[in-house]
Design a protein around this ligand. Sequence first.
Ligand SMILES: [Zn+2]
Length: 60
Amino acid sequence: MTQQPQGYTLSEPPAEPSAQTGCSACLSLVVARQNARSRGDYSGVSDLNVKLRRHQREAH
Ligand SMILES: [Zn+2]
C-alpha cells in the first residue's frame, strides 16, 4: 500500500501537474514520470505526481 497524501480523496484524482518552464527540478520529475509510465510503473507515476505537486507548492 502506498501512503495517501492528506487532503486528497480517491474519488476524483486531480489532474497531473506539468513542468514549469525553466525549472530543472520540475523537468526532471516530469521526465522521471514519463519513464515510469513507459515501463508500466503506475505506482511510480503517482508517486512522482505527488512529488511534483509538493515541489510546486513549496518552490513556486
Ligand atoms: Zn519546479
